[in-house]
Design a protein around this ligand. Structure first.
Ligand code: NAD
Length: 478
């Protein structure tokens, strides 16, 4: 049963508080049926210049407001997201493919995140106060923040950046992925009614728009979430005027299941750790290492649970997992499945793609103990194919888990919490969970080690990434 309408009205960009359309447009495709559902603005360099100019012009007066005044507007923005959550979630499902209930949860979560940020304050710290000197440290905004977001969590990843940037007194130019522009354009419309002109700009265009942003001399900071390959280009582009960068990049998270874990208990949470959002999650479990003593039983439990999960159009309330978001991703995952078959590794579930119907659907695919150097183990698939790998020795599995260029997240599962903790301490990753995965909160810093990123988002530490650290030192006349 399909229960929501699929019509989409026209959306424009938000530049200097105005709605802006362009002559050229980009199509938006519904990944569940490959139909074009909308055309959105295709910004050129001139449009970017207008947005940056507006953001620069708005910066001094925005930065001059008190943090309380800026926070009040963020509170209003949070309310506006919540009040419009159903329409935002509908657009989200249409453009991204995520089942509607999950989309709705993400939108509500995004509203709560904005609200959370509105309550945060960076400290002013007196570093020294003695006879001769008074020294104080505080934080000043950077200027214009360029925010570049991918397609897998278009609403939450946008507000993770917008909220700390605005709170600390920066103005923003926000660019969604060309694959999922609708929800972000909607956020721009909501913001237009709340923030002063030029403070919150949203522009849409092709990937080259992101590259222009990273090189733009009028932008002072890039906060980027996306793949490691693109992250490297962002860093190069940002070097031109030494922009500050925060890079949240790819991951190839390992989950290690200890010998004392109960397969019946952990199979379901492990399934969702790997396959939530059709595995299009930076911190999805992408390599599952299971102790040989429980390997067979856990693999069976995992496959049995996976068989109960419904894959389909996200507009159908029965659907638990939607399609992949775009054709590039679909082709990539297809290629990994073909490579896995060629390698002779055993696929115990899925692996057969029905290409007779439209939509970027790939069935849940589980691979039994492929080689450590196979594509399905080494690469970030970002799609519903999970390698399950057998191990017998903890030192060895830690070494295998760490043998990757990535270091975003990891998890350890089992009853012996002291052992799990000792393993967690040896895993090279920004966040390690024990007996759960993918749990994030804006009060905890989130970022990658190694080639999974630079800097962190969330927490006071993440907020400072939108600021300069400033010290004022007074020599007293004594
Ligand atoms: P992507 O790198 O292709 O694109 C991300 C964004 O960058 C898009 O807005 C895109 O238009 C823009 N872009 C493309 N080329 C650019 C360039 N040369 N310069 C500047 N911007 C450019 O990534 P994607 O395919 O949209 O997203 C999937 C990737 O994102 C995965 O690797 C995933 O792990 C990663 N991701 C990381 C996190 C995290 O927090 N670490 C969160 C979500 C997704």
């Amino acid at each position: 049963m399909i229960y929501l309408t699929t019509s989409v009205r026209q959306f424009g960009m938000t530049i200097n508080g105005e709605t802006v359309y362009t002559k050229n447009t980009l199509p938006v495709i519904n990944p569940a049926n490959e139909e074009v559902i909308a055309q959105v603005p295709h910004a050129d360099e001139n449009d970017l210049n207008l947005a940056v100019h507006a953001a620069r012009a708005a910066f001094p007066s925005w930065a001059a407001l008190s943090v309380e005044e800026r926070a009040q507007m963020l509170e209003k923005f949070a309310d506006a997201i919540e009040q419009n959550s159903e329409e935002l979630a509908r657009l989200f499902t249409l453009e991204m493919g995520r089942p509607y209930q999950g989309a709705l949860q993400e939108v509500s979560g995004a509203a709560k995140t904005v609200e959370f940020y509105a309550k945060q304050r960076l400290p002013r710290e007196i570093l020294q106060d003695k006879d001769t000197h008074y020294v104080e440290k505080y934080y000043t905004p950077l200027g214009v923040a360029g925010l570049i977001v991918p397609w897998n969590f278009p609403v939450s990843l946008a507000v993770w950046k917008v909220s700390p940037a605005l709170l600390t007194g920066n103005t923003v130019v926000l660019k969604p992925s060309p694959n999922t522009p609708l929800t972000t354009l909607y956020l721009g419309e909501l913001a237009k009614e709340i923030f002063p002109k030029g403070v919150f700009n949203v522009i849409t265009g092709a990937n080259e728009l992101g590259a222009w942003m990273t090189e733009h001399s009028g932008i002072d900071k890039i906060s980027f979430t996306g793949s490691t390959g693109t992250g490297k280009k962002v860093m190069q582009g940002a070097a031109i005027n030494l922009k500050r960068v925060t890079l949240e990049l790819g991951g190839n998270d390992a989950a290690i299941v200890l010998e004392d874990a109960d397969p019946k208990k952990v199979a379901k949470p492990l399934f969702w750790a790997a396959f939530l959002n059709t595995a299009q999650v930076c911190v999805a479990t992408k390599r599952l290492y299971v102790h040989e003593k429980i390997y067979d039983e856990l693999l069976t439990e995992l496959v049995n649970y996976a068989k109960t999960v419904k894959v389909g159009d996200g507009m159908d309330p029965e659907t638990q997992l939607g399609p992949l978001q775009n054709k590039t991703q679909y082709e990539k995952v297809k290629g990994i499945i073909e490579d896995t078959k060629r390698s002779g590794a055993k696929i115990v579930l899925g692996g057969e793609i029905d290409e007779s119907k439209p939509g970027y659907f790939i069935p849940i695919t589980i691979v039994d103990n492929p080689a450590d150097d196979s594509r399905v183990v080494v690469e970030e698939a970002f799609g519903p194919i999970l390698p399950v790998l057998k191990y017998h020795d903890y030192d060895d599995v830690i070494q295998r888990a760490n043998n990757t260029i990535y270091g975003l997240g990891a998890s350890v599962w089992g009853e012996d919490l002291a052992l799990a903790r000792s393993i967690a301490d040896r895993l090279e990753a920004g966040t390690v969970w024990i007996n759960e995965a993918q749990v994030l909160h804006p009060k905890f810093p989130f970022g990658g080690h190694k080639q999974s990123g630079i800097g962190v988002e969330h927490s006071l530490e993440g907020i400072t990434e939108y600021t300069n650290t400033k010290v004022v030192m007074i020599r007293k006349n004594k």
